[in-house]
Design a protein around this ligand. Structure first.
Ligand SMILES: [Zn+2]
Ligand SMILES: [Zn+2]
Length: 262
């Protein structure tokens, strides 16, 4: 990368820290403390119950990599951000911040993803809302404005879907143009991972259409402080301000800061 690129990256990182460093918290991967797949706190296991269950049921049909950039903590500003950017009355400041966080995290950690999966994504999709929203979803605008440099393929909500919305199901979504993803590594973007049900359902649809790989890139990993030992986890591990250079792929330190800063 050129020194110009590096200067732009450093400026963007400073801007993110000024805007949201005080309330966003990086996702962290600590073996047996957070799930190796979805970064939720666990009690001494490698994976959380839900990821274990889904992996047993669907294995390689799921997203091979889950990369959540920050924790969206219920009742805290990070949690509000993930909800209110979608409300009709929201100022576009929140959507702009999310675009910036998405743009920066993806650009700077793309090489980390390539090292993990062996390929670069070549097409992007967003997880459609199953809440019956009509018109363009604010997440699509966030992704457009993040300038990821990838063509967009469209997932649609199936009319015949049933069951619990949090379940992983093959029939929850469909692709407008299935040929768009055949043989491709698809970057699947969503704002929030709660149980992973919607995102992994979308991954199954993409894999079903022949996608070679699926990476789920999330803005927020939802965290409920009152659940289990989450409050303890937050107090012990989420104490530092948001660091845009910290890796959402590894959930830890990575080579990005060294590569992008002199
Ligand atoms: Zn998990
Ligand atoms: Zn990284």
């Amino acid at each position: 990368m050129t020194s110009d690129n590096r200067e732009v990256a450093r400026r963007l990182a400073r801007h993110i820290v000024q805007r949201a460093g005080g309330y966003l918290r990086n996702t962290v991967h600590i073996p047996n403390v957070t799930c190796a797949n979805c970064f939720t706190p666990v009690d001494g296991y490698q994976h959380c119950l839900r990821c274990n269950q889904d992996r047993r049921a669907y294995g390689v049909g799921l997203a091979s990599t889950v990369a959540p950039v920050f924790y969206g903590v219920k009742g805290h500003q990070s949690g509000y951000l993930l909800h209110t950017y979608k409300s009709p009355s929201a100022s576009d400041e929140q959507a702009k911040l999310l675009s910036l966080v998405l743009n920066f995290s993806y650009a700077v950690h793309l090489e980390c993803l390539r090292m993990r999966t062996g390929t670069y994504p070549s097409v992007v999709a967003t997880v459609p809302s199953t809440a019956g929203r009509v018109g363009k979803h604010p997440l699509e605008t966030v992704v457009d404005n993040a300038n990821l440099g990838l063509p967009i393929t469209k997932l649609l909500v199936s009319p015949n879907q049933g069951g619990d919305r949090r379940e992983v199901r093959r029939d929850r979504f469909a692709l407008l143009n299935p040929l768009d993803v055949r043989g491709k590594h698809v970057l699947l973007v969503d704002d929030t991972w709660t149980s992973g049900g919607r995102i992994q359902s979308a991954a199954l649809t993409l894999r079903g259409a022949g996608a070679a790989d699926v990476t789920a890139w999330l803005l927020g990993r939802w965290l409920v402080p009152d659940y289990g030992k989450n409050r303890e986890f937050i107090g012990a591990h989420l104490t530092r301000d948001f660091d845009p250079w910290s890796c959402p792929v590894a959930g830890a330190y990575c080579q990005a800061r060294t590569l992008w800063t002199p």
